[in-house]
Design a protein around this ligand. Structure first.
Ligand SMILES: NC(=O)c1ccc[n+]([C@@H]2O[C@H](COP(=O)([O-])OP(=O)(O)OC[C@H]3O[C@@H](n4cnc5c(N)ncnc54)[C@H](OP(=O)(O)O)[C@@H]3O)[C@@H](O)[C@H]2O)c1
Length: 221
C-alpha cells in the first residue's frame, strides 16, 4: 500500500484520483480548500482549509503531515479563466500563473523532504501549455501558466533525479468537469484518471520529465 497526496481533491479529476486510488487499496491524503459530500463519503484522510496560494496554508499542511512519508504527490489543483487578446485581464493572468504554476512548484519544494527515494511527483498540466500544439490561440493566462508549469516540471525532473524522485507532466484529455462547464464532448473524470494512474504507475527515473497525454501518447512541448 502506497501513500498518495492529491490536491484539488474535492471535485473533478482530483476526486476521481482519490476514489480510484482508495478503491485499489492505496492510502490517500486528500488536500482541498473545502471538502465535498463525495470526498467525505470515500473515508480517506482529508486535509481541508488548504489554500494553495497561501504560504501559511502550505506550512500548516506540511506541519500536519509530520513525518508522514509520501510515495506519490499529485499536484492537480488548477483554474481556467478564458480570455482573448481583446479582453486581456492582467490580474486574471497573474492569478492563473500563481495557482497553476507557482503554487505547485512551491508545494513540491515543501513536500520533497517527505518523499523517499523511488517516490513520484505528478503535475497536472494541459495540452494548452504545448507551444507546438497551439493552433487555436487565445486563452493567454491559462496557456502561459501551463507552459510555466511544464518547464518547472522539467527542471524538477532534472533536479530530483539524484534523490530518486521521478516527475510526470500530465495532460488529462478534455474532461467533463466544472472547469470546462461539463462540456459534453469531454470524457468522464473516471475514464481520464484510469489513464493518468496508468501513466503514474509506469513512471520511472528513465522516462521522468516527459509530457504525457492520459492516453499514453507523448505530447510535444
Ligand atoms: N477538465 C479538463 O478538461 C482539463 C484539461 C486539461 C487540464 N486540466 C487540469 O486538470 C486539473 C484538474 O482540473 P479539473 O478539470 O478537475 O477542474 P475543477 O473541477 O475545476 O477542479 C479544480 C480543483 O482545483 C482546486 N483549486 C483551484 N484553485 C485552488 C487554490 N487556489 N487552492 C486550492 N485548491 C484550488 C479546486 O478547489 P475548489 O473547489 O476549492 O475551487 C478544485 O478542487 C487542473 O490543473 C486543470 O488545469 C483539466
Amino acid at each position: 500500500m502506497a501513500t498518495y497526496l492529491v490536491t484539488g481533491a474535492n471535485r473533478g479529476i482530483g476526486l476521481a484520483y482519490c476514489r480510484q486510488l482508495h478503491s485499489r487499496g492505496d492510502q490517500v491524503i486528500a488536500v482541498c480548500r473545502q471538502s465535498s459530500d463525495e470526498l467525505d463519503a470515500l473515508g480517506v484522510r482529508i486535509e481541508s482549509g488548504i489554500e494553495l496560494t497561501s504560504a501559511d496554508s502550505v506550512a500548516a499542511l506540511v506541519n500536519g503531515l509530520g513525518d508522514q512519508k509520501l510515495d506519490c504527490v499529485i499536484l492537480n489543483a488548477g483554474i481556467l479563466q478564458s480570455m482573448g487578446l481583446n479582453d486581456l485581464d492582467p490580474d486574471s493572468i497573474r492569478q492563473q500563473f500563481e495557482v497553476n504554476a507557482l503554487a505547485p512548484l512551491l508545494l513540491a519544494r515543501a513536500l520533497v523532504p517527505l518523499m523517499p527515494e523511488g517516490s513520484k511527483l505528478a503535475l497536472m498540466t494541459s495540452r494548452m501549455g504545448s507551444i507546438e500544439d497551439n493552433t487555436s490561440g487565445g486563452s493567454y493566462g491559462y496557456r502561459m501558466s501551463k507552459v510555466a508549469l511544464n518547464i518547472a516540471g522539467k527542471s524538477l525532473a532534472v533536479d530530483l533525479k539524484t534523490s530518486g524522485i521521478a516527475v510526470a507532466i500530465l495532460h488529462p484529455g478534455l474532461v467533463k468537469t466544472r472547469m470546462i462547464k461539463f462540456n459534453p464532448s469531454g470524457i468522464s473524470p473516471e475514464e481520464s484518471v484510469q489513464g493518468l494512474i496508468a501513466r503514474i504507475d509506469a513512471l520511472t527515473l528513465e522516462n521522468s520529465g516527459s509530457f504525457w497525454h492520459a492516453s499514453g501518447t507523448l505530447l510535444p512541448w
